[in-house]
Design a protein around this ligand. Structure first.
Ligand SMILES: *[C@@H]1O[C@H](CO)[C@@H](O)[C@H](O)[C@H]1NC(C)=O
Ligand SMILES: *[C@@H]1O[C@H](CO)[C@@H](O)[C@H](O)[C@H]1NC(C)=O
Ligand SMILES: *[C@@H]1O[C@H](CO)[C@@H](O)[C@H](O)[C@H]1NC(C)=O
Ligand SMILES: *[C@@H]1O[C@H](CO)[C@@H](O)[C@H](O)[C@H]1NC(C)=O
Ligand SMILES: *[C@@H]1O[C@H](CO)[C@@H](O)[C@H](O)[C@H]1NC(C)=O
Ligand SMILES: *[C@@H]1O[C@H](CO)[C@@H](O)[C@H](O)[C@H]1NC(C)=O
Ligand SMILES: *[C@@H]1O[C@H](CO)[C@@H](O)[C@H](O)[C@H]1NC(C)=O
Length: 270
């Protein structure tokens, strides 16, 4: 018992000391360069092939990166990343505000042995849930995702629980969610009330399970991204949250459904 506990503790210690922000930043830069150039060669030289968990794009595992979005050069106009030095993972929000090749992409990278061992992306474009590139590109510039002073930071646990409460609400209306005021949601390109009384506590359905959650948490900016399977159709989805003082401040969602507006004429919530 004791030796295995000791081994676990040591393992935890070595795992957490394995990645630093600069290392994670370098990997994200390589990812962005690959997407900008439409050439994943240098990016894939950073893969740890011995622990490789795959390249996933809208929940499809691709063997050949030549058929991935990374093979298309995209003029990225905005990017913002979360760095999880505890789990050795990153999340990057990518916007391509273009009239010809508009995209909003959410990508999680995971690491082992100082190298990338998983790529997991939600790729959205016109036709996906509430997609509106001018809306998405504009509203992100109006928000503050800056570093939070150390004495005001929430713990990993608080940030993760706030996200889980929101996501659990979709399947269980009894859940108590730490709504902030204001709180505003950006969905595909549609924005909520950006004013001082803005609330995110509207338009959440029931009976929609959000499963297979994969987290990237960055306490320095109070944020978490969760990639998940949305509802019974299991649409590839990203939900990113900014938490301030334990309460939800911003929610960004992107949902790929493959059929225009996910086959719904109105909000998927109502
Ligand atoms: C991992 O495998 C891929 C595909 O075979 C290759 O392109 C890449 O260079 C390899 N990476 C390393 C670090 O060996
Ligand atoms: C992928 O693309 C690279 C560069 O264009 C090429 O050298 C390579 O043969 C391609 N691989 C496959 C499996 O098609
Ligand atoms: C990503 O964002 C950073 C800072 O916000 C910027 O310096 C960098 O040039 C951007 N990268 C790309 C590929 O747009
Ligand atoms: C897209 O968003 C912009 C900015 O919020 C808005 O002016 C425009 O009406 C939206 N377009 C559609 C089709 O909803
Ligand atoms: C996005 O692109 C549109 C059309 O090219 C442009 O009018 C708009 O100002 C851009 N938005 C941002 C936030 O740069
Ligand atoms: C916000 O709510 C307060 C209290 O109900 C109210 O006095 C104020 O006018 C509201 N502000 C806006 C911009 O709606
Ligand atoms: C969703 O709620 C139903 C009914 O309460 C429950 O049976 C099911 O296990 C829940 N699913 C998830 C993924 O939580």
């Amino acid at each position: 018992m004791l030796p295995s506990l000791l081994a676990l503790t040591l393992l935890a210690a070595t795992t957490t000391s394995h990645c630093t922000r600069p290392q994670l930043t370098e990997a994200v830069t390589s990812y962005l360069t690959a997407q900008t150039l439409g050439d994943p060669t240098d990016f894939s030289s950073r893969f740890d092939n011995s622990t490789w968990l795959g390249y996933h794009e809208n929940a499809i595992k691709l063997i050949n990166l030549n058929s991935s979005i990374l093979n298309t050069p995209l003029p990225i106009t905005h990017n913002r990343s979360l760095y999880d030095t505890t789990s050795c993972a990153t999340y990057t929000e990518v916007i391509v505000n273009s009239t010809t090749t508009p995209y909003v992409i959410g990508t999680q990278l995971r690491y082992a042995n100082h190298k990338i061992n998983k790529v997991d992306s939600v790729v959205t474009k016109p036709g996906d849930w509430l997609f509106n590139i001018t809306g998405y590109a504009y509203w992100v510039t109006q928000e503050n995702w800056d570093t939070i002073p150390e004495e005001k930071r929430d713990t990993r646990d608080t940030i993760m629980k706030a996200a889980d409460a929101y996501l659990d609400l979709f399947n269980n209306s009894d859940v108590t969610v730490p709504w902030g005021t204001p709180c505003v949601r950006l969905e595909g390109g549609l924005y909520g009330d950006p004013g001082p009384n803005g609330t995110c506590a509207v338009g959440v359905p029931t009976g929609v399970p959000l499963t297979n959650r994969r987290y990237v948490i960055d306490e320095t900016v109070g944020a978490v991204d969760v990639l998940l399977d949305f509802g019974n159709s299991k649409w590839p989805d990203s939900h990113e949250f900014r938490v301030e003082g334990g309460r939800l401040r911003y929610v960004h969602t992107m949902t790929h459904c493959g059929v225009p507006n996910c086959g719904l004429s109105l909000r998927k919530f109502r």
